[in-house]
Design a protein around this ligand. Structure first.
Ligand SMILES: C[S@@+](CC[C@H](N)C(=O)[O-])C[C@H]1O[C@@H](n2cnc3c(N)ncnc32)[C@H](O)[C@@H]1O
Length: 338
C-alpha cells in the first residue's frame, strides 16, 4: 500500500487534467477490473484514482508513446537516489544561472545524452538517471509543461518565466517512486491502440489524447513532434467503440474541435455501443497568446453513468437538471461556468 496523502503528478504537462478532476471523478466507476491509462502524460487521473484508494487490488497499465516520459518514470521508480542527486545539482545550477543554465543543460547536456541513448535503441531500461533528472528539471523550469521536439528530434522547449520554480519536490518524487514500483503497476511505451489487445469486460480505461486544434490557426502539436491528427482521432473513436462493445468501462476527455465532436455527438455507432457524450466548461492554457487561453468546452465520452450529484466546486455553476444521461448518442450539456 502506498502513502496516499499528497499524491499528484510531479511533472507539469500540457493538457494535464488536474483542473478537470472534479468533472472526471463523477465518472469513476464503483467497481471495475484492471485499470488502463494509454495517454499517461503527467498522470493526473492515475494519481487521483490511486490517492482515493480506487486502484487498490487492481492491475494497472500506464502507457504513453513518449519514451522519454516513460524512461523518466522508470528511473524515478528504480533509481530515485541517483535521480535526486542529479536533480539537486541541477537545481543548484539553476539557482545561480537561471535561464542561461536552462539553455546550457538543454543544448549541451540533455540533447547530446538523449541522442546517444536514442542511437543505442531507445531502450527504456537503459534510460540514464541523469536524463530523467534533466527531463524533470527542464519540465519544471521550461515553458508551460511543454515537451516539444524539432524536426531533427531535439528537445527545443524555451525556458519558462518563473521566479522561484519548485524543481525538487522530494516527498512527491518519493511517493511516485513507491507507486511505480508497486507489483501491480506496469508502465510502458505504447501507442494507445495496444489497449485493444489487453482490456477485458469490466476493466476501466481512461483516454486523454492530445488536443485537436480548436481552429486551423491554433494548430498545436507539442507532445512528441509528430502530432495527433484526424486519422488518429478516428482510430481512437474505433477503439472506444470496440472496447465499449466488449463491456469495458471507458472514459474519454477530448477537445470540442468540430473534427472531434462530429465523431461522437449524434454518431450512431457510438450510441449503439452504449456511449454518451457531455460538454463541460474548462480552461485551456496551451495557446502561447494569453488572450486565446480563455474558457473552452471539454468533451467527455463514456459508457459509465456519472454520479448524480455534482462535485461541490461545480454545484453553483451547473444546472443539475440536465446532467443525467438521456439515452445513447444524445448530448447533455452543463451550463457554462462563468
Ligand atoms: C493530453 S496529454 C495527457 C495528459 C494527462 N492526462 C495528464 O494529466 O497529464 C496526451 C498524451 O498522449 C501522448 N500521446 C500522443 N500520441 C500518442 C499515441 N499515439 N499513443 C499513446 N500516447 C500518445 C502524449 O505523449 C501525451 O503525453
Amino acid at each position: 500500500m502506498v502513502e496516499r496523502r499528497g499524491l499528484r503528478p510531479f511533472l507539469k504537462w500540457v493538457g494535464g487534467k488536474r483542473q478537470l478532476l472534479p468533472v472526471l471523478r463523477r465518472f469513476y466507476p464503483n467497481t471495475h477490473g484492471a485499470y488502463f491509462e494509454p495517454f499517461l502524460g503527467s498522470g493526473a487521473v492515475f494519481f487521483d484514482l490511486l490517492g482515493q484508494g480506487l486502484l487498490d487490488g487492481h492491475a494497472v497499465t500506464l502507457s504513453d508513446d513518449n519514451a522519454d516520459l516513460i524512461g523518466c518514470y522508470a528511473r524515478v521508480g528504480d533509481s530515485l537516489d541517483a535521480v535526486l542527486a542529479a536533480l539537486d545539482s541541477l537545481a543548484a545550477g539553476h539557482g545561480q544561472g537561471g535561464r542561461d543554465h536552462y539553455l546550457q543543460v538543454r543544448d549541451s547536456r540533455f540533447n547530446p545524452a538523449r541522442a546517444v541513448w536514442r542511437d543505442a535503441g531507445s531502450d527504456i531500461t537503459t534510460y540514464p538517471a541523469e536524463l530523467a533528472a534533466m527531463l524533470i528539471y527542464l519540465n519544471r523550469t521550461g515553458y508551460n509543461g511543454l515537451f516539444r521536439l524539432n524536426s531533427t528530434g531535439e528537445y527545443n522547449v524555451p525556458p519558462g518565466r518563473y521566479d522561484r520554480p519548485r524543481i525538487v519536490d522530494r516527498l512527491l518524487l518519493e511517493l511516485a517512486s513507491r507507486t511505480f514500483t508497486l507489483p501491480d503497476v506496469r508502465v510502458q511505451v505504447a501507442g494507445f491502440q495496444r489497449v485493444l489487445d489487453e482490456a477485458l469486460a469490466d476493466d476501466f480505461v481512461y483516454f486523454d489524447p492530445p488536443y485537436a486544434p480548436l481552429s486551423a490557426t491554433a494548430n498545436f502539436r507539442g507532445y512528441t513532434g509528430r502530432g495527433f491528427g484526424d486519422a488518429d482521432q478516428q482510430r481512437l473513436q474505433q477503439v472506444l467503440i470496440a472496447l465499449a462493445t466488449r463491456g469495458v468501462k471507458v472514459l474519454l476527455s477530448n477537445s470540442t474541435a468540430p473534427a472531434v465532436t462530429r465523431l461522437y455527438e449524434g454518431n450512431a455507432a457510438v450510441g449503439a455501443a452504449g456511449l454518451r457524450t457531455w460538454r463541460f466548461p474548462a480552461r485551456r492554457a496551451v495557446n502561447s497568446k494569453a488572450d486565446r487561453r480563455g474558457p473552452v468546452e471539454e468533451l467527455v465520452v463514456s459508457n459509465i453513468r456519472p454520479t448524480p450529484s455534482l462535485p461541490s466546486t461545480w454545484q453553483s455553476r451547473a444546472s443539475a437538471s440536465n446532467t443525467a444521461p438521456r439515452g445513447p448518442g444524445r448530448r447533455s450539456r452543463l451550463a457554462p461556468s462563468r
